[in-house]
Structures are given as C-alpha cells and as structure tokens.
Design a binder for this molecule. Structure first.
Ligand code: GLU
Length: 428
C-alpha cells in the first residue's frame, strides 16, 4: 500500500527499523529529485510472505513458528540477506531489513538485490537438534521463494553456519542429490562449499571502515578507545580485531549487562568467558555497569552491534565518542542521527560499515557457482580492498556534496538501484 510505505515525516519520531529505513529512503528520494512513480517503485517491497510452520521434534513435541520472507528489490540481481531468528521478529522488521539489504548490496557493488527472512522463535530455548528441526521446517515452508536466482539466505541474528549447513542439506537431498546447481545459501560450513572467513567477515569489514575513517580523520587505530554494544558475532569479532590492532576496548555489553575497564578489557578472556557462561555478566576483568552506559562510555569509537534503535533522541546527546561505526542495522533513529550530525559525530552508516558480510557472501556465491576454492588470504584481501574503496567513494561524495556519510551512501546506493530499474526498462 503506497500510504503504508510513503507515510510522511512522522516516521522520524518513531523508532522501528522499518520507519528508520523508510525515513532514510524518502529523504534520499528528495535529494535525488526522484519522480513519485519511481520513488514508489523503489520503496515498495516486491514480495512479502508470512507463513506458519509446525515441525515436530525428535521427542514428539510440535514447534509452532511464524515465518517471514521479504524480497524487496531485485533490479540489480537475486535478492540477498540473512535469516533472523528472535522471539519478536515481525514482518515489518524483516521488510525494513530487506530494504536495507537493497541499499547495502548496491553500495558495496555486488550483483544482488535486497531480501531478508525471519523465524519468530527464541533460539536460546532450543536444543541443537530442535533448532535443526525448526530450520529444516523453515526452508521447507519457504522453499519455492529460495534459489540462486530468487532469494539466497545467509546467517543473521540468531542463526549461524551450522543452520546454513542444514539448509544446504535439506535443499540438495530433497532432489536426492549431493550437490546443488548454483548457490542456494551462503555462510555455510567450509566443508560444504562455504568460504573461509565468512563468519568473521562483518566484523572484519567494520574494522576496515574504522581504519579508513582513522586515516581520514588523522587518528591512530592503535590509540583508539572503543566501546562495543552487543557481543554477538559482529561485536565480538570487531572487539577482538581492534584489540589485536592495539586499540583499548573500554566497555562492552550484551543483553545480560555491561562491563567496563578504562585500562582495557582482555578480549580473548572475555570471549572465553562468554563461551562458557553464555554472556558477559560475571566477567572478572572489569566492573559491571548498566547496559545503557556502554553507549555513553568515554571513548573515541562507539560500535553499536546489537539491534535497531539503540541510539535515540533520548540518549544521543550523552554519547561521547567521536566516531560511531554502525555494526548493527539501523542502530539509530532519524532524530538521533540529526542530533549527532549537529554535534559533528562522524557516523559510518550501517549500509557501508556492516556490508563485509554480504560482500563475502558474494565471494561464496561466485566460488560455488564456478566450483572454485578461495583461500582466507584472498578473501580478506578482496574484502579489505572493497571496504576501503567503498569508504573512499562515500567519503569523497560526502565532501563534494556537503552531506553526511549516511546521506552520501544512500544517494549512491539508491541512484544505482534507480539506474538499474531504468536500464532494464519500465515495462513489466
Ligand atoms: N545478515 C547479514 C547482513 O545483514 C549478511 C547477509 C548476507 O550475507 O546475505 O548484512
């Protein structure tokens, strides 16, 4: 419904990921001077699916889950994006994330469109064998919307490479064959055609963009004081790589709470603690602090790497970092974005900062299609190079147009999608 997706600026005051995505694209359409019809064509999702699955576990328990799949736009290629599994995921959330994937793939320059899927279930309530049953139920439920030329899933919050292995197995064996023709899913275990370095790719890319920002802002990476909000895959890899570069990780949080140490947290020990106890709480190498204080820590770089809308107009004024590197998708609301712009905080926007994951998914897709094998060195070299060159492109566009990094990134990404739509032709 056009009214649903083109609702006016009230969006700025709200804080859902979809509202943030809509606000950002509407502002971009205005800056690019897009005609109303093209704007509508760019904004409205191509396909939104809600379905329900009821797989049965090995001990006879029936699981009930609502499942979502959104293909937002495929002008530049098959839709790409992860599978989010949380207890609260909704069609709106998946729609906003699919839209973000359209801009992310466009900006980082890979031949994909934007998609996303979701399973509403708390993964922490499942034993590994139960999660496998749910994942297999999911892929069976959405099978006809998945394929190398339609939608190619990957890990996202609540899913991992083991889950992608089950998806790969489910698809090939439903055809009674060992392999698939082409790539149906990325982020698989390496032994099944996955690519080395995919699990670390998003965090690795976050660090590449922080390094590029340091060069431009005349800062030394090894002197940085960093706070990381969210200690899942993206947050923990980012913290670990930054500390290997000599940066000091002064505060970290996850859902269980925050932990700080002005002299620097020992990241390998913290990771070990999280692996054994499940979360950061109770780590002895720091002082416990309230969750929200991690965002307001005294630091040079803040990495929000949890979920959407962590930074709002309420706390944006208290943020003390000079750089915000958006490891998560849509971690700040439009009003917070505005406050931080006025305070001259340098924001590396999500569609640039966390695009390393999907870039390496693209390498996995091409590797599998060509039955090729890439080494970790090749993957990291290409990833670092692509993150840095895209950062430079966005940075110089921002300078030239006197805009923020987010505005510049969105302008480039949306203009490419528009060009793709027009180059294809507007007939059905
Ligand atoms: N879930 C990741 C993202 O939000 C990766 C998606 C992919 O590799 O397709 O960018």
């Amino acid at each position: 419904m056009i009214t649903e997706y083109l609702s006016p600026p009230a969006a700025a005051a709200r804080s859902s990921g979809l509202q943030t995505a809509l606000w950002n694209v509407q502002q971009t359409a205005g800056r690019l001077g897009l005609a109303k019809d093209i704007t509508r064509r760019i904004i409205e999702p191509a396909e939104q699916i809600t379905t329900r699955i009821h797989p049965v576990t090995h001990d006879g328990r029936m699981l009930h889950a609502k499942v979502f799949l959104v293909r937002h736009n495929d002008a530049l290629g098959p839709t790409k994006g992860g599978i989010r599994m949380t207890s609260t995921v909704s069609l709106n959330e998946i729609t906003g994330l699919a839209m973000e994937m359209t801009w992310k793939t466009s900006l980082i320059g890979v031949p994909f469109g934007g998609g996303k899927s979701g399973i509403r279930y708390d993964p922490n309530r499942l034993k590994p064998s139960e999660k496998e049953v749910l994942i297999r139920g999911f892929i069976r439920g959405v099978r006809r919307h998945v394929g190398p030329e339609i939608y190619v899933p990957a890990p996202d919050m609540g899913t991992n490479e083991q889950d992608m292995g089950h998806i790969r197995d489910c698809i090939s064996y439903s055809g009674a064959v060992s392999i698939t023709t082409g790539c149906f899913v990325t982020g698989k275990p390496v032994i099944l055609g996955g690519i080395p370095g995919r699990r670390e790719a998003t965090g690795y890319g976050v660090v590449s963009t922080i390094a590029a920002a340091c060069e431009r802002l005349d800062l030394n990476l090894s002197n940085l004081r960093v706070a990381v909000q969210g200690f899942g895959n993206v947050g923990s890899v980012t913290a670990s790589l930054l500390s290997q570069h000599g940066a000091t990780i002064v505060a970290v949080s996850d859902i269980s709470g925050g932990i700080s140490n002005p002299d620097g947290l020992n990241v390998p020990e913290l990771i070990e603690h999280v692996q054994t106890s499940g979360n950061v709480k109770g780590f002895h190498g720091g002082t416990e602090i309230p969750l929200e204080e991690v965002l307001e820590a005294d630091c040079d770089v803040l990495v929000p790497a949890a979920t959407h809308s962590a930074i709002t107009e309420e706390n944006a004024g208290r943020i003390r970092s000079r750089i915000i590197a958006e490891g998560a998708n849509a971690p700040m609301t439009p009003l917070a974005d505005d406050i931080l712009r006025q305070r001259s905080v340098f924001v590396i926007p999500d569609i640039l900062c966390n695009a390393g994951g999907v870039f390496v998914s693209y390498l996995e897709y091409t590797q599998e299609t060509q039955r090729d094998q890439m080494t970790l060195e090749e993957v990291q070299h290409r990833l670092n190079h692509r993150m840095k060159s895209t950062f430079e492109m966005v940075f110089s566009h921002a300078q030239k147009t006197h805009s923020t990094m987010r505005q510049a990134a969105m302008d480039i990404a949306v203009a490419r999608v528009r060009d793709g739509i027009i180059a294809r032709g507007l007939l059905p």
